[in-house]
Design a protein around this ligand. Structure first.
Ligand code: NJP
Length: 247
């Protein structure tokens, strides 16, 4: 069920995050939105409230642990708990390795990898205490398959895939009742291509997106579907030890 769930979304100021916030709010979820562009978040919150929904926002740079901690605190202070965190913030300044855009490499590691680690570190104590919670990560088709110009971006998304899978397995072993879902988008028409500074890559991607790009609303629907699934409490019966490993 989506109604009344308290959902934190990182990277909520545009694209997939913004579309998901609006969809979940329309289904009765209580939204806590984070990103660096507070002006955009303010507008999205106003739109949600105008439609009768509930949402608050906080300026958030996912690379800073204390800001991830404070958005969890904001959720608990405003709505009393956290049910879901959608770790969606990400960047894709792709380029061939030979272009040596090392600042871009490090920025992708900081946001796409460390941002996810910071988000999980912030919410995990609350989920362990509640004995419930849902962590949703955004990987990519580039986290499943290798693409030229995407060594570092793809690497960060392979990381998300592995990390989310281990989180799922450990949740089952430890019986924490923490649910996970990992999203693997392909070409979604958002602001993502705006961070590409390598001209050839930018032109190639623009053509690809023009041909195959789909609306972020489609990914919002997938996230909504994941949140809407009933909790499977039977898993705890199988998490007693190595003889009964449910993965
Ligand atoms: O892109 P965009 P998407 N701290 O640029 C935020 C993945 N994905 O919706 O801080 C906090 O519209 C930024 O906010 P701001 C992709 O890798 C996409 O497509 O205000 N937030 C904005 O809200 C990413 O993980 C495609 O600038 C930070 C958001 O991130 C996710 O989908 C394909 C931040 C990015 O929104 C959402 O991206 C795929 C920071 N330090 C995976 N840095 C696709 N679009 O085709 C950035 O496979 N943000």
């Amino acid at each position: 069920m989506i109604k009344d769930k308290v959902v934190i979304i990182t990277g909520a100021s545009s694209g997939i995050g913004a579309a998901t916030a609006k969809l979940l709010a329309s289904k009765g979820a209580k939204l806590v939105l984070g990103a660096r562009r507070a002006d955009k978040l303010k507008q999205i919150v106003a739109e949600i409230e105008k439609g009768g929904g509930q949402a608050v926002f906080q300026e958030l740079d996912v690379t800073i642990q204390s800001e991830n901690d404070s958005i969890v605190k904001l959720a608990k202070k405003t709505f009393g708990r956290v049910d879901v965190v959608f770790l969606n913030a990400g960047l894709m300044p792709s380029s061939p390795l030979s272009a040596l855009k090392t600042d871009d490499w490090h920025q992708m590691v900081d946001v796409n990898i460390k941002g996810v680690l910071n988000g999980v570190a912030a919410v995990l104590p609350t989920f362990l205490e509640q004995k419930s919670g849902h962590i949703i990560g955004t990987s990519s088709v580039a986290g499943l398959k290798a693409y030229p110009n995407s060594a570092v971006y793809g690497g960060t998304k392979w990381f998300v895939r592995d990390f989310m899978e281990v989180l799922r397995i450990e949740s089952a072993i430890e019986g924490t009742n923490i649910r996970t879902a990992t999203i693997y988008p392909a070409a979604i028409n958002t602001e993502l291509l705006g961070s590409i500074s390598h001209q050839g890559t930018a032109e190639g991607m623009a053509k690809l997106y023009e041909r195959f790009g789909i609306s972020p609303d489609r990914i919002a629907t997938v996230v909504g579907f994941a949140i809407d699934q009933p909790e499977d409490t039977t898993i705890n019966e199988f998490t007693v030890g190595p003889a009964n490993q449910p993965w």
